[in-house]
Design a protein around this ligand. Structure first.
Ligand SMILES: Cc1cc2nc3c(=O)[nH]c(=O)nc-3n(C[C@H](O)[C@H](O)[C@H](O)COP(=O)(O)OP(=O)(O)OC[C@H]3O[C@@H](n4cnc5c(N)ncnc54)[C@H](O)[C@@H]3O)c2cc1C
Length: 431
């Protein structure tokens, strides 16, 4: 007779591990199953890990976790072919405890985090693929794996199997994605000595910077690129929705190549050596794409539940928070001895009452708006660059006249009414 657990968690990313950790800490018998050689071996992330949600799970984790740099500066670039309009924030309050966020390398971080769950008592099994959920009388009672002795049983199975969650699809919780609901992102880790990074990014000691790049980084298509500093490497990546990629006939690796050679980006990378090349999907459908998250004996967390706020680059923190909420619901269900959907819906209630669903709801129309009206990335970003160039070029024209010329050139190209409509629509999408 195979062993029975209180909880089986499928996937040792941030969502699954936080759930396994919190369940084990509460005395539950937990099995954490990961298909990779080790946790983190199959995981991809630009690299920003937020402090708050991790700290809620392991207080003062920064004292021992393998982190790269605390981020003290966040920059945003509106990039054209040979220019960039920049804004951002740098604050030294982020350089000291409790910090705001950190850059991390997932291959190291996920291993460390999973080990913490093991120390709490969870049993971690790597190199094991869960092939399906075992369902009996409408209730999930366990999982079937690709191992010869491959079945395991539990009161609750938590699906933390990432963006493509085949297991949620098998249960009918998920439908297939539409191409506008996922972004395909490619990234590279580029080794560069620490002193060069600090010099190029104007950093001191272990301080880190993140740069989000819009506009020509995606050749004007809906999407973003990023450039983040690690201790002695850089993470650079770019992605667009699958639908944009198909429409514009873009190839992801060509886009990354284009970005690396861009005159605004190239100087940061010069002399660096490529260490890793990765590609992954990001669930970007937001509020409208969140599937059913609770059933009889089963919960869905993290990317598997499509919990990513693409505008704020938040995914791993939502994964962790959802994993922890799932754990809290399971602990309560265990007290009642009731693992029905009704009982496990405590998780859904917590999720919908939290910042996660509230933030996804706030931006529920953003991606669709910017995809439907491509002028924001294709026309307004270049216009912004041209306006700045005109305004800051000293050519003897009085500044007031320059302002008028800029306004005239924008309205002449688009028409005043159209510009007003576009501004209103963009404001509505993100308000
Ligand atoms: C390029 C890129 C950049 C990003 N940048 C950021 C960022 O800077 N900050 C941020 O917060 N978020 C970022 N994200 C999003 C973030 O990576 C995800 O939101 C987060 O990893 C989700 O965690 P998860 O645990 O739900 O899923 P994952 O991290 O995808 O973990 C799922 C795990 O399940 C395992 N698995 C899958 N199927 C099975 C199976 N059948 N059996 C056993 N195991 C299985 C996988 O191997 C994997 O380890 C980025 C994503 C990408 C792709």
């Amino acid at each position: 007779m195979p062993e029975k657990f209180d909880v089986i968690v499928v996937g040792a990313g941030p969502a699954g591990t936080s759930c396994a950790y919190s369940c084990a800490k509460n005395g539950l018998k937990v099995l954490l199953i990961e298909r990779g050689e080790y946790p983190g071996s199959k995981n991809v992330m630009g690299g920003v890990l937020y402090r708050k949600q991790m700290e809620d799970i392991i207080p003062e984790f920064w004292k021992e976790a393998p982190l790269e740099r605390p981020v003290v500066e966040q920059r945003f670039w509106m990039m054209d072919k040979e220019s960039v309009v920049q804004f951002g924030y740098k604050g030294l309050e982020w350089a000291v405890e409790p910090y705001n966020n950190f850059t991390v390398l997932r291959a190291q971080f996920d291993q460390w985090f999973a080990q913490k769950a093991v120390e709490q008592g969870a049993l971690l099994i790597n190199e094991t693929v869960v092939t399906e959920c075992i369902v009996e009388n409408g209730k999930v009672i366990g999982v079937r794996t690709d191992r010869p002795d491959g079945e395991a049983f539990a009161d609750v199975v938590v699906l933390a199997d990432g963006v493509n969650s085949l297991l949620s699809k098998q249960l009918g919780f998920h439908r297939e994605f539409r191409p506008d609901e996922v972004a395909l992102t490619v990234m590279e880790v580029i080794n560069l000595p620490k002193d060069k990074i600090n010099e190029r990014f104007n950093l001191e000691g272990n301080h880190g910077t993140t740069i989000e790049i819009f506009g020509d980084s995606t050749k004007g298509n809906l999407g973003t690129a990023f450039l983040y500093t690690n201790k002695d490497s850089l993470n650079i990546g770019v992605g667009t929705t699958l639908s944009s990629m198909i429409k514009a006939k873009l190839k992801p690796y060509e886009l990354l190549d284009y970005l690396k050679k861009h005159p605004m980006v190239r100087p940061y990378l010069e002399g660096g050596e490529s260490a890793e090349y990765l590609a992954h999907l990001i669930p970007e459908g937001g509020f409208h794409s969140v599937p059913r998250v609770a059933g009889n004996g089963v919960l869905v967390v993290g990317d598997a539940a499509q919990l990513v706020n693409a505008i704020h680059r938040e995914g791993s923190n939502m994964a962790m928070a959802s994993g922890q909420m799932a754990a809290e619901a399971i602990v309560e269900a265990k007290k009642d001895g009731d693992f029905s959907e009704k009982s496990l819906n405590r998780y859904k209630e917590a999720l919908y009452g939290s910042f996660i669903i509230k933030d996804l709801e706030k931006y529920k129309d953003a991606a669709h708006t910017f995809e439907k009206y491509p002028q924001y990335f294709k026309e307004y970003l270049p216009m912004m660059n041209q306006a700045m160039s005109k305004f800051f070029t000293v050519d003897g024209t009085p500044k007031k006249e320059k302002q008028k010329q800029i306004m005239r050139s924008v309205t002449a190209e688009k028409g005043t009414l159209k510009v007003m409509q576009d501004i209103y629509r963009a404001w509505k999408a993100v308000k």
